[in-house]
Write a protein that binds this ligand. Sequence first.
Ligand SMILES: [Zn+2]
Length: 164
Amino acid sequence: MYARSFIDSLDFAQNGKQIDAEVPFAELPRLLDVLDNPQGVLQYSLHGVLDSLGNPALDVRMSGLCQLRCQRCLKGMEYAVDYESRLLLRDEAVLEALQDDNEEFDSILADAHLDVLELLEEEILLSLPIAPKHDLGACRAAVNEKMQKDDRHPFAMLEKLKRN
Ligand SMILES: [Zn+2]
């Protein structure tokens, strides 16, 4: 079992703490649901900072190759996670008051017991393509589709139905 790390997020930001670590994708259960297989390791860094206005924030970076499932052929495809974002730490009242999206940076709840892996997992899930697909040349299904199309005009069947 992989040790989960928890941080006091405000303390982490105010004291400029930092974590540089890695975790196998296999340890991120919610992410596994959308992956083709659990291969790969995620490198991440979390830096506590105060922004120019003195707001506590986390600068988060993640990279690593995971295996998404191509939505055309349902086979695995390599996907490079390349994530970099500043997350402002807000208390609950402020978060509720924010009509989100108007801000330059995303906000998260300033949690005294923030589950680091859960945060990373959430952020990756939000950043993934909704329907990942191989490039056409690399996708088995696309090649098959093309062959079928060349074989038979797609409207041929329709014409036949009309005539009957
Ligand atoms: Zn494919």
